[in-house]
Write a protein that binds this ligand. Structure first.
Ligand SMILES: Nc1ncnc2c1ncn2[C@@H]1O[C@H](COP(=O)(O)OP(=O)(O)OP(=O)(O)O)[C@@H](O)[C@H]1O
Ligand SMILES: [Mg+2]
Length: 117
């Protein structure tokens, strides 16, 4: 099992959800977050000394999947969240984490059984 954590542009949520649904991935958690990548948002010089790093609003998707869905999920996010023909800085990032366990509280099911539909 893997936990796929994707940081995307907020305006890309609808396209990403659609692409995931086409691959039978529906279960997810979405949060409003702020962050900066390697461009550091942008730097702003205040009285020539202070440099402020700006945090840009993004969305964080958390999707727990069984191994069979990992690549399809990652590919769907890449294709739907990329902007323009070749991508643009700030398009986002995907982290793939090993997932120890999952529990469906209602039934007590564990692991793979609990993750999916
Ligand atoms: N190493 C990281 N750790 C945690 N969050 C990150 C990391 N890199 C990116 N993020 C998150 O992803 C968002 C989008 O990152 P972004 O797409 O700008 O990545 P990047 O590495 O700067 O690549 P690019 O050069 O394509 O912009 C950031 O605003 C931040 O929230
Ligand atoms: Mg960046």
């Amino acid at each position: 099992m893997k936990l796929i954590v994707a940081i995307i542009r907020p305006e890309k949520l609808e396209d990403v959800q659609k692409a995931l649904a086409e691959r039978d991935v529906y279960l997810m958690t979405v949060s409003d977050v702020r962050g900066c990548g390697r461009q550091r948002g942008y730097t702003e010089v205040y009285r020539t000394t202070e440099v402020q790093i700006r945090l840009i609003p993004k969305l964080k998707l958390e999707i727990a999947v069984n191994e069979a869905f990992v690549e399809a999920t990652v590919e769907a996010i890449i294709h739907a969240a990329r902007t323009g023909d070749t991508g643009t800085i700030g398009d986002g990032k995907i982290f793939v984490l090993s997932l120890e366990d999952c529990v469906r509280i209602r039934t007590g099911e564990r692991g793979s059984e609990a993750i999916g539909p």
